[in-house]
Design a protein around this ligand. Structure first.
Ligand SMILES: C[S@@+](CC[C@H](N)C(=O)[O-])C[C@H]1O[C@@H](n2cnc3c(N)ncnc32)[C@H](O)[C@@H]1O
Length: 286
């Protein structure tokens, strides 16, 4: 692992804490200047294709993904540590009567860049915002694709166990099963460390249920993460003190999550207006 040049990054930052720095800057300019193997996790949501709702008025279509975005992901691959992961939150918009397929093309493009396609998490929104569609239902899911730098990607499910939802009888049965409890390697050397489940807590699944961010939004940013979404991946894929990068920082949600979890963080965001809310959010933790 190489250390990030924190003194330099902090000096250039619009907002900084002991743990991190937010640069109001172009993501590619900053990430291409970072040392190789200096980041443990990249978690981000780029502007979705053809959204056109940002203050810069740009549409961020397929050409932007084929050009700018792939240059950035090549740099992301370079700056990740061998145990690192890149979590990409993305959802293709409809194109007429067909669901856009860029979300699937991105998977193949990133594999060609050398990433290992480790997992496709689905972010389900129990109460999605209402839509005005005649022939389609409300879109209540987005993908969070996990790409790993190598086979050796690190993974800490014990840091994000979720409440078990079995009925009382099943909980009682599970209480009697020793393999459901955390245990360390057997003295014989056989048996792996397991954190499969307990009677009350279990490994989370790949279905992540989080409401969209409904909190007041003075910036008018069109699509913010709920804090719990980056927090889940930070807990699953890093340990305290490790480095999290979000190149499309928006209103700084990844920094809010990383700060609360004691990880170091680096964000870039092109729009100073969106970035300006971060200090207030860090104070409240929301
Ligand atoms: C989907 S939003 C991220 C929202 C963020 N996850 C949050 O919770 O607020 C994508 C962001 O990327 C920013 N962006 C677009 N192009 C960029 C670039 N070249 N460098 C840095 N940020 C950029 C946009 O201004 C927008 O805020």
């Amino acid at each position: 692992m190489t250390e990030l040049p924190w003194d330099d990054l902090r000096a250039r930052a619009a907002h900084r804490t002991e743990l991190g720095a937010l640069l109001v800057a172009d993501a590619l300019d900053v990430v291409s200047g970072l040392p190789s193997a200096s980041v443990d996790l990249v978690v981000t949501s780029p502007p979705y294709d053809r959204q056109g709702k940002y203050r810069d008025g740009r549409a961020y279509g397929r050409d932007w993904y084929e050009g700018f975005f792939l240059k950035l992901t090549a740099e992301v691959h370079r700056v990740l540590a061998p145990h690192g992961s890149f979590v990409l939150n993305y959802r293709s918009k409809r194109q007429g009567s067909e669901r856009g397929v860029l979300q699937y093309e991105l998977v193949f493009w990133l594999r060609e860049q050398g990433f290992l396609f480790a997992e496709d998490f689905v972010w389900g929104k129990p109460s999605p915002p209402p839509g005005r569609f005649n022939r389609y239902l409300k879109d209540a899911v987005e993908y969070c694709f996990q790409f790993a730098k190598s086979q050796r990607w690190q993974f800490f499910p014990e840091q994000c166990l979720a409440p078990a939802r079995w009925d009382a009888a099943d909980r009682e049965r599970r209480r009697r099963l020793p393999h459901n409890y955390e245990r360390v390697s057997e003295p014989s050397g056989h048996g792996r460390r397991r954190v499969q489940a307990g009677p009350d807590l279990v490994r989370p699944s790949t279905l992540l249920l989080h409401e969209p961010e409904f909190a007041p939004n003075p910036t008018g940013h069109p699509c913010r993460f709920p804090v719990d979404l980056p927090a889940f991946f930070i807990k699953l894929l890093t340990t305290p003190g490790q480095v999290v990068l979000d190149p499309f920082g928006g209103t700084g949600t990844t920094a809010v999550a990383a700060e609360a979890l004691g990880r170091r963080w680096l964000l870039t965001e092109a729009d100073a207006g969106y970035a300006a809310v971060l200090p207030g959010r860090l104070e409240t933790g929301r």
